[in-house]
Design a protein around this ligand. Structure first.
Ligand code: OSB
Ligand code: MG
Length: 368
């Protein structure tokens, strides 16, 4: 596409209920929406950073600054850019993968809308809908957790993931397993443990979990291998997998037997596909993670999760799991435990301009 500029917005999107993980509680999703302005029309993307650098080193103001000061100017300098060229143009700038991913998605959406091709087709999707899992935050107590999980199971979610942290792990997991029997159940620690907690983590073995997600720190690639050899439950990495190279290394070290792929964390949907291809060839199951995406990222995640190696249900929930009001006109719905892969050109969604404007708290345009 021929780039004419970019528009960035910070949105504050209210959550239906607070979302608590081992690293904190959110009640409003602060997120950056990108609009690529091209000679053939607009393309939309989403930068999935959060307000604070607690999940990763990236955060709203950092992504905003690096995008305006470095990433967008580099793309605008090139003028004509194809989706697969975005990552190589941005390669000299270290890190900031979520910012890069959001810009790449906006350029990709614009290019695919111009060509009339759906993102799923472009990425290699082989399904028209994907099983929908749900990520459940830490609740007041185990009884409240059982209530909330019961509600999601009644809605038809295909798999439950509960957030854990030290002191809220074995008993919470036991309560959910006892209440609901043989459901697909997994836990996510968001790096809250160390190898000193190996006994606690091994206690989770008796619950037949699908996996334990990211028990240790982002750079604990060797410690995760040590842990994986000492527990029966499969270890899945999220935070640690920042690129194709990181995934290659984790597989070589046997740090994980399952990988959560998030396009934002790895620098874009094209890098996500490369990690999928690597894992598929290695026989490692992958699933699509989430970052409380708006309808933009949610549509893109459904497309990614429809690739053949995504053999476990992802955190690709309906929009109403997090939001009363989305910024797209047709928010993702749960249908028989699945979310549909959009088929229209590009992301296959349309922006609701009124909702977008209502939730915008900052806006800036850079033109070439
Ligand atoms: O670790 O997967 C995670 C949300 C924000 C940051 C990190 C994570 C999450 C989730 C929610 O678990 C996933 C979703 O449903 O969007
Ligand atoms: Mg996670």
């Amino acid at each position: 596409v021929t780039l004419e500029g970019f528009e960035l917005r910070v949105l504050h999107v209210p959550l239906v209920s607070p979302f608590t993980t081992s690293f904190g509680t959110e009640s409003v999703r602060e997120v950056i929406v990108v609009r690529a302005l091209t000679s053939d029309g607009d393309g939309w993307g989403e930068i999935v950073t959060q307000a604070s650098p607690l999940y990763s080193s990236e955060y709203t103001r950092g992504a905003w600054d690096v995008s305006l000061r470095w990433l967008m100017p580099a793309l605008l300098d090139r003028r004509t850019v194809a989706p697969h060229e975005v990552a190589e143009i941005l390669e000299p700038f270290v890190g900031h993968r979520m910012a890069k991913a959001g810009l790449e998605l906006a350029v990709t959406d614009a290019a695919l809308r111009t060509d009339g091709m759906a993102l799923g087709t472009y990425l290699g999707a082989v399904h028209d809908r994907v099983p929908s899992g749900v990520s459940v935050g830490i609740q007041r107590d185990a009884a409240a957790l059982v209530d909330v999980v019961g509600g999601y199971l009644d809605e038809g979610y295909a798999r439950i993931k509960i957030k854990i942290k030290p002191g809220r792990d074995v008993a919470d997991t036991a309560a959910v397993r006892d209440a609901f029997g043989a459901i697909g159940l997994q836990v996510d620690a968001n790096s809250a443990y160390t190898l000193a907690d190996i006994e606690t983590l091994a206690e989770l073995d008796r619950f037949d979990l699908l996996l334990i997600e990211q028990p240790l720190q982002e750079d604990d690639i060797v410690d995760h291998a040590t842990l994986a050899a000492r527990v029966r439950t499969p270890i899945c990495l999220d935070e640690s997998i920042t690129s194709l190279k990181a995934a290659t290394d984790a597989l070589a070290l046997r740090s994980a037997s399952i990988i959560n792929i998030k396009a934002g964390r790895v620098g874009g949907y094209l890098e996500a596909v490369r990690i999928h291809d690597l894992c598929r060839a290695a026989g490692i199951p992958v699933w699509c993670g989430g970052m409380l995406e708006t309808g933009i990222g949610r549509a893109a995640n459904a497309a990614l999760a429809a690739l053949p190696g995504f053999t476990l249900p992802g955190d690709v929930s309906a929009s109403n799991r997090f939001y009363l009001r989305d910024i797209v006109t047709e928010p993702a719905l749960l249908e028989d435990g699945h979310v549909r892969v959009p088929t229209g050109p590009g992301l296959g969604i349309e922006i609701d301009p009124v909702a977008l404007e209502d939730m915008t708290v900052a806006r800036e345009i850079l033109r070439r």
